[in-house]
Design a protein around this ligand. Structure first.
Ligand code: ADP
Ligand code: MG
Ligand code: ZN
Length: 609
């Protein structure tokens, strides 16, 4: 059954290939387990986060094993980038899809039949075709790899009916191991994957979802453009994504940024296909720094040097927030995820949720929303909250890479104010919503207040000393602590729960915890972006320009030539010989032969006075 005896690949052989082909010294967490499983001819189900290094898990065994590995990938653009990336490392890779010209196609077929390919990327629908199945029967195949395997499940968020055709693999080639990779899989999606692909006693690899190189930060969202603009100025010339909710806000923000001199482009499903593709390509090729996008932008972007992801509007759920921020820092270099948070965004999201017809869907969306709001407003480590959402306990007390862990917490006692708030609710018989209660406290002169005679209450205007925002936050805090509750429905009212008694009668204290942003001083700004700026910025920029030039000559994205991380290492270690160049992570034998001369010359020249 397994097509390679267990003993033929030892640890040393694997590490040697890792260094030779990819230029990496060590595996990322869980990679070695996955590679070993495939070298042993076992079926595999690997759940690893974006940027976890899934490609290497099958590319390395594909190089080491005889025969061709089939790799299924959902998008033609993804396949192309993967093939470019593999070839840059000297791996014999090609793809077979509808975008090929006839003579490209026949050359791929020739290589395939000659056994001259380590990797063949194929679109899933091909497996339903008789002639392709017949071809599979004649080839020497090392394994079948299903990337983005969650696409096979209707439970997942990217279901692709085309992926159902993949169940044919097992029938046509029962002799080859099947490996499934995905970054998102809940229990039922995992089961679906295993069942539909007919996995046989698969090795299960589950990596942690922690992305230690991502720095999480939530900032109070301000109105107007200046906040976003000043954040973007912290990333001169770096690549990043700004997520917005609506197509219109995407267009407006992109146009605003262009006017202010940023290299920004819009991306959303309402743009003509050609323009959308062009904008995506420009971003991938480092010709635009910023993509302003709706959630439509993401899958199909393997660009490894995305240095920041900004959510300028409230994300829909923790899952989508995690997925979207996950596109940053695939190369392992530090990257920042900044959410601009305002409870003022809630009504708009509510509007869409209320319009949902399916009860269950609406309930799910509502609970998703409330979790995102809790994420944005709680003074709890962001990383811990994200991981706990995925059922993973975070072992450290302080992650040192989120605004909560790095900030100082400001604790304000507001027991008196809490009592006022509770009294205002009780005096009005718990019949009103948060907005009206706050109106009473701040003494707002509204029609509703006058008509109900609430301006004659003793508490009317008693809370004038604080603004509306303060009272809303306090109310949220009391809701979160289950001192107050909110009714369901279109016009929710707030009402006290048992916990209110403790505060009103038993002398219980109320404190509001707020994270004070430390961003004024230079040192603090740096703490949130440790390797944002490389040691030798000027050399780094010149290496980057050379990378872009070589990439253009070869028609590949710049990150395929070298990752940002590799360039950072070159800029700080300044290798002068091929031997020293090989020490740089990301420089394997093929890239050494192809690029070392140009980069060494540049570095040597830069060292001269
Ligand atoms: P995924 O598909 O899991 O999102 P990729 O396979 O695209 O991740 O890999 C993300 C990045 O990590 C790539 O730039 C890749 O070169 C890099 N990478 C993978 N494995 C290693 C490793 N062992 N050491 C250093 N970098 C790695
Ligand atoms: Mg991938
Ligand atoms: Zn933290």
């Amino acid at each position: 059954m397994p097509n390679s005896p267990l003993s033929s690949f030892d640890d040393a052989g694997m590490h040697d290939a890792l260094q030779r082909v990819f230029g990496f010294r060590s595996f990322r967490p869980n990679q070695q387990e996955a590679v070993t499983a495939l070298l042993d001819g076992r079926d595999l189900l690997a759940v690893m986060p974006t940027g976890g290094g899934k490609s290497l898990c099958y590319q390395l065994p594909a190089v080491m094993l005889p025969g061709t590995a089939l790799v299924v990938s959902p998008l033609i653009s993804l396949m192309k980038d993967q093939v470019d990336g593999a070839r840059a490392n000297g791996i014999r890779a090609a793809c077979l899809n509808s975008a090929l010209l006839p003579d490209e196609r026949s050359s791929v077929m020739r290589d395939l039949l000659d056994g001259a390919l380590d990797l063949l990327y194929v679109a899933p629908e091909r497996f339903a075709l008789d002639h392709f199945q017949e071809l599979l029967g004649r080839l020497q195949i090392s394994m079948a790899v299903i990337d983005e395997a969650h696409c096979i499940s209707e439970w997942g968020h990217d279901f692709r009916p085309d992926y159902l055709a993949l169940s044919a693999i097992r029938d046509v080639r029962p002799d080859i191991p099947v490996a499934a990779f995905t970054a998102t899989a809940t229990g039922n999606v995992r089961q679906d994957i295993a069942q539909r692909l007919g996995l046989r006693d698969p090795v299960l690899v589950r990596a942690s979802f922690d992305r230690p190189n991502l720095w999480y930060e939530v900032r109070g969202k301000e109105s107007g453009d200046s906040q976003l603009v000043s954040i973007l100025k912290e990333f001169p010339g770096q690549a990043g994504i700004v997520y917005r909710t609506s197509r219109k806000s995407v267009n407006d923000t992109a146009a605003m940024l262009v006017k202010r001199g940023f290299r920004a482009l819009p991306y959303h499903a309402g743009l003509p296909d050609g323009e959308r593709q062009r904008n995506q390509d420009a971003f991938i090729r480092d010709e635009a720094d910023i993509v302003v996008a709706t959630v439509a932008f993401g899958m199909g972007i393997d660009k490894s040097n995305v240095r920041f992801v900004i959510h300028a509007d409230l994300p829909r759920s923790i899952e989508s927030y995690y997925q979207e921020t996950g596109r940053a820092g695939r190369d392992g270099g530090d990257a920042r995820c900044i959410m601009l948070f305002s409870t003022g965004d809630i009504p708009r999201v509510r509007f869409f949720i209320d319009a949902m017809l399916d009860e269950e869907e609406r309930a799910r969306a509502l609970s998703g929303l409330s979790k995102v709001v809790a994420f944005g407003s709680a003074a709890v480590c962001r990383r811990r909250m994200l991981l706990e959402h995925f059922g993973e306990a975070y072992p450290k007390e302080n992650c040192a890479t989120c605004d909560v862990c790095l900030g100082t917490k400001e604790v304000t006692e507001c027991t008196t104010e809490a009592k006022m708030l509770l009294s205002a609710i009780i005096r009005t018989d718990s019949r009103f919503g948060a907005g009206h209660i706050v109106d009473i406290l701040v003494g707002a002169d509204t029609q509703k207040v006058r008509e109900l005679g609430h301006d004659r209450l003793k508490l009317y205007g008693a809370g004038k000393g604080h603004g509306r925002i303060f009272w809303r936050r306090l109310l949220d805090e009391l809701l979160a602590r289950k001192v107050l509750a909110k009714s369901e429905g279109l016009y929710p009212v707030v009402y006290p729960l048992e916990g209110a008694v403790g505060i009103l009668k038993e002398g219980e204290k109320v404190e509001m915890v707020r994270v004070v942003e430390k961003r004024q001083g230079k040192t603090d700004a740096k703490r949130l972006s440790p390797d944002g700026l490389p040691a030798d910025r000027e050399l780094f920029e010149r290496l980057r320009a050379l990378r872009k030039q070589l990439a253009d000559e070869q028609g590949v994205p710049p990150y395929v030539v070298f990752s940002d991380r590799t360039l950072h290492e070159m800029a700080s270690r300044k290798p002068l010989t091929p031997g020293e160049m090989l020490e740089i992570p990301g420089v394997g034998q093929t890239k050494l032969a192809r690029y070392a001369e140009a980069f060494l010359a540049l570095i040597a020249g830069a060292g001269l006075p």
